[in-house]
Design a protein around this ligand. Structure first.
Ligand SMILES: Cc1cc2nc3c(=O)[nH]c(=O)nc-3n(C[C@H](O)[C@H](O)[C@H](O)COP(=O)(O)OP(=O)(O)OC[C@H]3O[C@@H](n4cnc5c(N)ncnc54)[C@H](O)[C@@H]3O)c2cc1C
Length: 401
């Protein structure tokens, strides 16, 4: 472990968990990641290993069979995993968000039913807000749930579901107008449905189709899909929290912790890019000396390391704020924005240090170069983070006259 991205004040248990995860990443993920990524192959063995380590239940309370760890522990584990392969952190990310939403907002019956099996990784979560016509503007969703006796009938099309094929539980956001008078604000007429399904593609449940994997530029291995609901019948007791009209807030709460998580992924990818860059710079010779001895390359390494440190510090601060029970939307927005932008820049600098070899698929940096852009978009784009941060700043620093 290098000097960068250290975290002060961790407990012995946190240090032990992190050391175990880092060891797993070094032995089981890094040696196979690039090959699997190039084949766009699902990392089944890695996922089984992570189940055994208890990573799928890291933040699920002990009473439901999880490890009951903090957001900070979780984020630091995600950072380690993303350092190995960003796609693997994506496999646990949506699971973690759904488990978090259940823990925070689920009825007792829903928690009892899902959380113990989520802790072991037997039930695997995905969450679905985005549609073909919208991503940033969640309040514009058109998928609908209409009450019919003791059930809801769901219709609509969803887009960009991470783990859409491999998951068995999807938290789906739909519009439900029932009980809400006309003119109700759009975000107050949304409901999260807990949709259980078989893993795989095609018609995975009557009225529910997962058409197939979207072919992506990077972030391969993990399946990203559409989801089509056509008369999908869901029992009324599978409304998250048992009450309609609360879905928007539940999803935003989930995405807020998800943002710390995406920041952590940016930190992990940036760290790996730095490691690759500093190694290569000491091996490659030009003009009679290793390129690391040229000041221009040293400056690049200094800038990269500074960005790795700054992003890590902001991410840790955002996680700790949430763990202390305080609202952290400002900090999570800042951390997600900075970590994803810095990640892209550090990866680009490591790529440049590699010269022409960075362009070859034989070098790991080529994979990172295609992975970093996803972090600029997922869990809200840079513009959306800046809108959140800007609004919160104006609340905090209200002009007193
Ligand atoms: C690989 C991948 C996995 C994903 N996984 C999931 C998932 O699991 N679940 C899920 O629900 N979604 C998922 N998403 C969707 C993701 O959250 C959206 O792509 C993202 O929120 C952006 O939405 P959009 O693509 O519709 O872009 P748009 O909202 O159309 O935005 C296009 C551009 O306009 C900018 N923009 C939009 N509104 C404003 C504004 N008001 N002011 C200034 N600029 C603005 C944006 O920043 C962006 O640059 C995933 C996306 C990808 C690529």
């Amino acid at each position: 472990m290098g000097r960068l991205a250290q975290t002060d004040g961790l407990t012995d248990i946190q240090r032990e968990i992190l050391a175990t995860v880092r060891d797993f990443v070094d032995k089981e993920i890094l040696p196979v990641a690039t090959d699997l990524e190039h084949k766009d192959e699902y990392p089944t063995e890695i996922v089984e290993g992570l189940k055994e380590l208890g990573v799928f239940g890291l933040m699920i309370p002990e009473e439901y069979g999880g490890l009951g760890e903090s957001l900070l522990t979780y984020a630091l584990c995600v950072e380690e995993i993303a350092r190995g392969w960003m796609s693997v952190s994506g496999i646990i990310n949506t699971h973690f968000i759904v488990a978090y939403m259940l823990k925070q907002h689920g009825t007792q019956e829903q928690k009892d039913h899902f959380l113990p099996r989520m802790a072991t990784g037997e039930v695997r979560g995905a969450f679905s807000m985005s549609e073909p016509g919208l991503g940033s503007d969640v309040s514009a969703i058109t998928s609908k749930g209409v009450r019919d006796g003791e059930e809801y009938v769901l219709d609509g099309q969803k887009m960009w579901l991470t783990n859409g094929g491999s998951s068995t539980l999807v938290a789906v956001l739909c519009r439900t107008d029932e009980g809400h008078p006309e003119g109700t604000a759009p975000h107050k007429s949304m409901t999260t449905f807990l949709v259980e399904k078989e893993p795989g593609f095609g018609e995975v449940r009557k009225g529910l189709t997962i058409p197939g994997k979207i072919d992506k530029m990077g972030y391969k291995g993990v399946d990203t899909t559409e989801l089509v609901m056509d008369g999908l019948r869901i029992p009324a007791d599978r409304v998250l929290g048992g009450e309609t009209g609360r879905g928007f807030y539940q999803m935003m709460d989930g995405v807020e912790v998800g943002r710390v998580n995406v920041a952590a992924r940016g930190c992990g990818v940036a760290q790996r890019a730095f490691e690759l860059g500093i190694d290569y710079a000491q091996q490659r010779q030009t003009f009679g000396k290793p390129i690391a001895k040229h000041q221009a390359i040293q400056f690049k390494l200094a800038e990269m390391a500074t960005k790795v440190e700054a992003a890590h510090a902001l991410m840790v601060g955002a996680a700790r704020k949430k763990d202390s029970g305080q609202r952290n939307d400002l900090e999570a927005g800042m951390a997600k924005y900075l970590a994803s932008e810095y990640c892209k820049e550090v990866v680009e600098d490591a790529f440049r240090i590699h010269g022409g070899y960075g362009f070859s698929k034989e070098y790991e940096i080529e994979r990172l170069y295609r992975e970093a852009p996803m972090l600029l978009i997922g869990e809200g784009t840079a513009e959306i983070q800046k809108m959140i941060v800007g609004r919160r700043l104006l609340e905090e620093y209200r002009f007193q006259g």
